[in-house]
Design a binder for this molecule. Structure first.
Ligand SMILES: [Zn+2]
Ligand SMILES: [Zn+2]
Length: 130
């Protein structure tokens, strides 16, 4: 792995699972660490790390994708996302997992994952909306 990819992956590992970063945020972090990389390179690196199975790519908002560490014991969780500021919170839901299991059984699919993405407007953004 190239030092640059390693650096990006370290960024996620330092924060641990349950951390959702956009390419812009990763880019910002890297520049704070005096690492000169273009945003396009950051995008490419993130996609690559996702392809390699190190990161999970989340399509949460129209405005951007976020990435998080791909960890085996942190798979079955769901996301609620603010469409304004991108704040992302996680939650667990047994009924969602159950619905996924039932659907895959009904249609004869091999179940890989069941996840629910909820979009909304967070309390901070609600308050600033006037
Ligand atoms: Zn997550
Ligand atoms: Zn918000």
């Amino acid at each position: 792995m190239t030092p640059q990819r390693q650096r990006v992956l370290d960024l996620f590992r330092e924060r641990g699972s349950g951390c959702h970063l956009s390419a812009e945020e990763v880019h910002q972090q890297l520049s704070q660490q005096k690492l000169k990389v273009s945003l396009a390179t950051v995008y490419r690196t993130l996609r690559l790390l996702a392809d390699m199975g190190f990161l999970q790519e989340l399509e949460l908002t129209e405005s951007g994708r976020r990435f998080e560490l791909a960890v085996a014991d942190h798979r079955d969780h769901h996301h609620i996302v603010c469409v304004r500021c991108g704040r992302t919170e996680e939650f667990e839901s047994e009924p969602v997992l159950q619905a996924g299991a039932e659907a895959s059984q009904r249609f004869g699919f091999e179940l890989l994952e069941s996840s629910l993405n909820v979009r909304g407007i967070c309390s901070t953004c609600q308050a600033s909306r006037s």
